[in-house]
Design a protein around this ligand. Structure first.
Ligand SMILES: Cc1ncc(COP(=O)(O)O)c(C=O)c1O
Length: 410
């Protein structure tokens, strides 16, 4: 018999043990911390706007903390009002601020609560990939992720036949990430229409993760799935202040949609955390309702960073890329080097201090042949320069068969 102090890991369900920790932010942070401890000068690349928050946003957060008032469990009423106006103005999506919005701790929690609320054990959730690693989250709630890998030669755009083939009579949800992380794909309205037709004909819900909705380049247009005719009654829209308004430490996002879709998500949220953080909500309101020039400046810097990488890597014989149409990552293909993803990722970090995430994290267990790494492009020009130089030098090391440093540092 275990005594009262002995942990009882045998009581933890096997499924919980089988789910890894979040591979991108956590794994990359962990190995970057090890590299730093061993003296590597690791650069800081961010997946979004990195400028300091303007005073009106910071002050709004401080005032909310000082007032010590708890917001409604679905989010501060003033914030929900502003979100509803924003959705109508920018996304052509109409939601009731009282019943159609729940403000969450980041878009991540909105997706998690939606999956928890919508799927039952055995339900399948179809995603387009390579995609942000929520397939693990689907498994965590007992669902079965089915990732349809899109092709680099198609710019990671939709292959509707393969999506159709992935849908079975157990499919419950299509989880769409638009713009895409890590590929930067921005789906056209025709593609969204094709996905919408499949959702209609198979009677599926759509969770539309639009965390990067504002990061769209080169005249591409982001369209919200819920704005397509008839799709509002089956689509939950997820947005992120963390990403689109630079509230990185605020950790705030929301889920929005028809009352029938949002109610169960709000329940999952309330049972997990009762109510969101008032300081983050006040900052989100100030960011949404106040001047937008600081965000526009941040967006321009990101675009400049993307273009710098584009100019410097497009002539490379060793690396192939698809220029991201949106979001804040370059998905680099190093397959010509003939090296393993993780080995190359560790080498890049250990020798050049460049943090990346291996492509396998985004493939949902599907085989993605070759070597892909995700490189965020937020940060200063100098940092991006260092990242590019590191990527180029590491590729040359691989050609010379000189990847030793990474493997013996860890
Ligand atoms: C597609 C996508 N959705 C959601 C998130 C999480 O957003 P948040 O930081 O608002 O939780 C991320 C990245 O962290 C992401 O890439």
């Amino acid at each position: 018999m275990p005594d009262g102090n002995t942990p009882a890991p045998h009581l933890i369900p096997a499924a919980t043990g089988a789910i890894p920790r979040v591979p991108s932010t956590i794994w990359a942070q962990d190995i970057a911390a090890v590299a730093k401890r061993r003296g590597v000068d690791v650069i800081s690349l961010a997946g979004g706007i990195t400028d300091p928050l303007p005073p009106h946003v910071v002050e709004a957060g401080a005032a909310a903390l000082a007032s010590d008032r708890r917001p409604h469990s679905r989010g501060d009423a003033r914030l929900r009002g502003a979100v509803s106006e924003k959705l109508s103005r920018d996304n052509d999506v109409s939601v009731d601020p009282e019943s159609g919005i729940v403000v969450t701790n980041g878009a991540m929690q909105a997706v998690a609560c939606a999956l928890q609320a919508y799927i039952e054990p055995g339900d399948q959730v179809v995603m387009l990939g390579p995609g942000f690693f929520v397939h693990y989250l689907i498994s965590f709630y007992g669902g079965e992720p089915r990732v349809v890998l899109c092709r680099e030669e198609d710019g990671y755009h939709l292959d509707v036949d393969r999506l159709r083939e992935a849908i079975t009579d157990r499919t419950k949800v299509i989880l769409l990430i638009n713009p895409g992380n890590p590929t930067g794909v921005v789906y056209t309205i025709d593609e969204l229409q094709e996905i919408a037709e499949l959702a209609e004909s198979h009677d599926l819900l759509v969770i539309s993760d639009e965390a990067y909705e504002r990061f769209v380049y080169d005249g591409n247009v982001h369209t919200s799935m819920a704005s397509l005719p008839g799709m509002d009654r089956r689509t939950l829209t997820v947005h992120s202040f963390t990403k689109c308004y630079g509230l990185r430490a605020g950790r705030i996002g929301y889920a929005a949609g028809d009352e029938e879709l949002v109610g169960p998500v709000a329940k999952a949220f309330e049972w997990a955390t009762l109510t969101g953080n008032p300081a983050s909500q006040a900052m989100a309101w100030a960011a949404l309702a106040g001047p937008q020039d600081w965000i526009e400046d941040g967006m321009r810097e990101l675009l400049d960073n993307r273009d710098l990488i584009r100019r410097r890597l497009e002539k490379s014989d060793l690396i192939s890329t698809v220029v991201p149409q949106g979001a804040t990552f370059y998905y680099l293909n190093f397959s010509r080097l003939g090296v393993g993803e993780e080995e190359f990722c560790r080498h890049l970090l250990a020798r050049y201090g460049v943090p990346t995430v291996p492509g396998a994290s985004f493939a949902g267990g599907e085989m993605q042949e070759g070597c892909y790494l995700r490189l965020p492009f937020g940060g200063s020009t100098d940092t991006i320069e260092r990242a590019i130089q590191g990527v180029q030098a590491a590729a040359e090391d691989a050609v010379r068969g000189d990847l030793r440093i990474g493997s013996h540092l860890f």
